[in-house]
Design a protein around this ligand. Structure first.
Ligand code: SF4
Ligand code: SF4
Length: 203
């Protein structure tokens, strides 16, 4: 098993276990913290359904040549794991863990299972990825859709870019305070992101 896959698996197991043992109050509090983010993800999903699904289906899904999921090492933030584990049905989480535990020997994303992506709520980086071709086709069909997409990209930053208090940092802090630690806690581990927090007086 690659170091990357192992790191992902251990962190996913830790988050799922912690949330399964957490009280209803704790889970409610966490879900409340994520409310704006989940609303934002709905907006993104709506935009994608309206402006991108036809483009992506034609360009990639039919031919199964999607550039989106052909890398084995995508960036997942610790908060991505927490939000997914809070929202996914238990059987989906079991499927994700089982799929992650089996090395496949190809170079596709470790989360690509037999029925597609194993996440219930995909990592933010995946959700906001748009290849040049899709962007250009979206622009050709409706230039205003690109403007909306740019606005959504800016909004996405508000949840993870720590030049102000952000949800992704708060979720990491909360799990750290509960004694859990993961290399995916980039808002606490990445020197670049910690520097941004320091500059903003947040670390
Ligand atoms: S964003 Fe681009 S690479 Fe990804 S599925 Fe759509 S067309 Fe394919
Ligand atoms: S996590 Fe899901 S959407 Fe993201 S690259 Fe992997 S399979 Fe694709």
């Amino acid at each position: 098993m690659s170091t990357y896959r192992e790191e992902q698996l251990k962190s996913q197991e830790m988050v799922v276990r912690h949330l399964r043992e957490a009280s209803a109050t704790e889970r409610d509090q966490l879900l409340r913290m994520c409310r704006d983010y989940l609303r934002f993800r709905e907006d993104v999903r709506h935009h994608q359904r309206r402006h991108l699904s036809a483009i992506c289906t034609h360009a990639c899904f039919r031919s199964q040549l999607s550039a989106c999921c052909n890398k084995d090492g995508i960036i997942t933030f610790f908060a991505d794991l927490v939000i997914n584990a809070l929202c996914a049905p238990p059987q989906d989480l079991d499927r994700l863990l089982a799929s992650l535990g089996q090395s496949r020997g190809d170079l596709k994303c470790v989360y690509l299972g037999t029925q597609g992506c194993c996440w219930h709520i995909k990592p933010l980086i995946c959700e906001m990825f748009l290849c040049d071709r899709a962007l250009e086709e979206m622009r050709a069909a409706d230039p205003r859709a690109v403007e909306t997409w740019r606005r959504l990209e800016t909004e996405a930053k508000r949840f993870r870019w720590p030049d102000r208090p952000v949800l992704f940092d708060m979720l990491e802090s909360r799990f750290l305070a509960a004694g859990l630690c993961s290399p995916l806690m980039y808002l606490h581990n990445s020197p670049g992101l910690v520097r941004i927090k320091r500059k903003a007086g947040l670390a």
